[in-house]
Design a protein around this ligand. Sequence first.
Ligand SMILES: *[C@@H]1O[C@H](CO)[C@@H](O)[C@H](O)[C@H]1NC(C)=O
Ligand SMILES: *[C@@H]1O[C@H](CO)[C@@H](O)[C@H](O)[C@H]1NC(C)=O
Ligand SMILES: *[C@@H]1O[C@H](CO)[C@@H](O)[C@H](O)[C@H]1NC(C)=O
Ligand SMILES: [Zn+2]
Length: 485
Amino acid sequence: MEGEDKTCRRVTATAYLLTRLRVLLLVTHFSPALFDHSCLSASYYGNFNDGPLTNSIFLPDVACLDAWSAQALAAQASIAEATKDIQQLVWVEQEAVEPSLMAATRSFRNEFDAFLHRLSRPKHARGQEVLGVPERKMGYELLYRTPTAALLSVSAATARSIDTILPRFWKSTLVSTTPVSFLPVPADAVKHVKHILSTLEFNPEIAAIVDSISVPQMINDIRFLTGEDDVSGIMSRHSFSDGSRVAADWLKSRFEDTGATCEPQPFLLGFAPNVICAYPSTVNTSATVLLSAHYDSRGSFGSTRAPGGDDDGSGTMALLAIARTIARKGIKFQSNVQLAAFAGEEQGLLGSKAYARKMRDIDANITVMIQADMLAYRAEGEPPQLGLPSTVGTTEVTQLVANVSGIYSPELRVGFTTACCSDHQSFHEQGFPATQVFERAGPIADPMYHNSGDLSDREGYDFDQVKSIAKVQLATLLHSAGYEL
Ligand SMILES: *[C@@H]1O[C@H](CO)[C@@H](O)[C@H](O)[C@H]1NC(C)=O
Ligand SMILES: *[C@@H]1O[C@H](CO)[C@@H](O)[C@H](O)[C@H]1NC(C)=O
Ligand SMILES: *[C@@H]1O[C@H](CO)[C@@H](O)[C@H](O)[C@H]1NC(C)=O
Ligand SMILES: [Zn+2]
């Protein structure tokens, strides 16, 4: 106990000195109990993943830190410091990928240091130059670092394009510039999902519907999205590219062909829009089931080609395959149904964050949300698989998807993946029941991940696996929303 007291005082004294010139950041393991401290909840900036760990970031004032410091020590919080001219905080983390894939790249330390070097070049620090930040501070401030994650302060311009200079197996998330609310998924929403799960049983009509998903159609669709068909002219679907605009227009038209009403929803200047499509409900209800994927992509460092065949052309074509099946079978839903193709995923879930916030602002009743991200790659010698998130997501929705898979796609080996986190995180954070479907019960194994060679016509790209997972998505939709033919 004595030791603990001493350390408390040290934390407090440091906090006092630092706040004169600096901003304090607390990075601590996430726990709902943290939000019992009102001053902490008021200074919460979100949750960020580091491998299997979830960290919460707070920017508390000194009094708050004082009041909380004993628990802070117990929770092994880190206190980072930043200069007051923080522009944009960015969390960067290493993806969960197979060690054999990693071995092909340079060591972590070299990759990360090379990244910091790229960040420090003036090209990426224009925003800070304008504000007269001394040259030695140009580029970035490194505020927190573990072997597999880091928190940086960079200019707003750098933050938005940071994915173009990140090492291949790293991804970034922008930290909000204002405090956010911690919104757990309400017990009532979980109860609703549990109810769907408890009444789940094989329905031959649903089996016939999902079995009719067309693989040849998926092959046509993906070849348009990747530019492999030589018709679309798409070289890249990176959110800033011309190809992403072509893809957005095309997706809108294709979804509308199936009877949906679609709206391109811009969310940030310079980014391609989210494409949000909706089918009406036959009954008067607020209940809404949302299936999604991200249509933006990322290629090799330094290359303008970003076909995104697997990431996430595969999730996007599955969504389209589901829409085409809805139309072909003349399905009407007894809930509102939305199909969303998000952009800005590769820059830190930006499109889905904007849309999830919008849904929260109007108090939407999203009862089930499923994001499909990377469905196609199957390593040689492995069975077709369905990976479900082991860290971020609503356990009950994940269980629902697992059980639906057992019923309608028994050919899939279902398991957990630490590959984390796609657009479902944005919805989960806003208190909506959400999960993700992924191609593997384990880390990422696709050798073309974030690579300009991520085409659909290649070894390991398995359309049958995509169909099996799309069957799970559509069956979950039909069971959750209710339908008529
Ligand atoms: C889900 O499937 C598992 C494994 O088949 C089964 O044990 C469990 O009872 C199912 N859950 C529900 C709620 O049906
Ligand atoms: C639908 O239900 C809401 C809430 O119960 C009600 O206010 C609204 O009038 C209903 N709309 C129609 C078209 O019946
Ligand atoms: C949301 O929809 C579900 C399913 O119809 C319903 O049980 C629940 O009461 C609705 N929630 C709200 C807040 O309207
Ligand atoms: Zn992705």
